[in-house]
Write a protein that binds this ligand. Structure first.
Ligand code: PEP
Length: 268
């Protein structure tokens, strides 16, 4: 009987965990600094039972930081990947290569990459390639601005539909969707979204997934990202009913990020 329920219990236990991803972007400038920050974050994260922490450092540091990883509570991810597994693509790194050095996650469709010319079609191909390589793909969606007529809702729904074209139901277990409104991201952010803003989009994402996949879409974890800090963590994780956070600037400060992780640990 117990054996029969074991996979379900494991799935349920993992689902209960909050997923907190740190996107380090192109910081810090030196490996030594990256090692120091990662050491401190790892110390906090590795004792938390209810939080899965993923750090996405500049890829050039990943191999080094990977040697410092022990256990499953803290893993590493990539901030981007190419849409083929190998080939003559100077300067690109493939999902299979990322997986082969032990990274678990890849962020795809971040607004800072879309602005460099990444199209919905490329994002879709990158997602399919990431899943094929065995990575958990974190798809970023979000509007540039909000309008009174609710056009932004249609925009976010269409980003999801285009990104998930040809992604099969059974592959959804490798997907995470992060709502990152562009107006709330980075040092030029107007403000963080409110927990109501995030809740509205979490519902929209669930509805869009239900339209595409029926009930199979309901297990895809939803994250919020944009000016997350130690003060608003609890609000997002409770009032917005989301499964985790994608953290930019604050993930580079081990003390602040540690507070975010500890805050997430306390949320039931
Ligand atoms: C991001 O760029 O993914 C992000 C969420 O940034 P920040 O937390 O700095 O707003």
């Amino acid at each position: 009987m117990c054996g029969f329920f074991a996979p379900f219990l494991l799935w349920y236990y993992c689902r209960m965990k909050k997923l907190i991803i740190g996107n380090w972007k192109m910081y810090p400038v030196e490996l030594k600094e990256a090692r120091e920050r990662f050491t401190q974050i790892k110390k906090t994260a590795s004792v938390l039972r209810n939080v899965q922490t993923v750090i996405c450092p500049p890829l050039v540091y990943a191999g080094d930081l990977k040697k410092m990883v022990a256990g499953h509570r803290v893993t590493l991810g990539a901030q981007n990947a190419w849409l083929e597994q190998e080939g003559a693509y100077t300067g690109e790194v493939s999902p299979s290569q990322i997986r082969s050095v032990g990274l678990t996650h890849v962020i795809i469709g971040h607004s800072e990459r879309r602005v460099l010319g990444e199209t919905d079609e490329m994002i879709n191909k990158k997602i399919l390639a990431g899943i094929k390589a065995g990575l958990v793909v974190v798809l970023c969606v979000g509007e540039r601005e909000r309008d009174k007529d609710g056009e932004y809702l249609r925009y976010v729904a269409s980003q999801i539909k285009l990104a998930l074209k040809n992604v099969q139901k059974k592959e959804l277990s490798n997907m995470v969707i992060a709502y990152e409104p562009i107006w709330a991201i980075g040092k030029n952010a107007l403000r963080a979204a409110s927990s109501e803003d995030a809740l509205e989009i979490a519902i929209l994402i669930k509805k869009t997934l239900a339209d595409m996949y029926n009930r199979d879409g309901s297990h895809v974890p939803i994250l919020y990202g944009g000016s997350v800090n130690e003060k608003n963590t609890k609000d997002f994780l409770t009032a917005s009913r989301i499964d985790g956070l994608l953290v930019g600037r604050a993930s580079l400060d081990p003390f602040v990020f540690g507070e975010i992780l500890r805050g997430a640990e306390k949320v039931k």
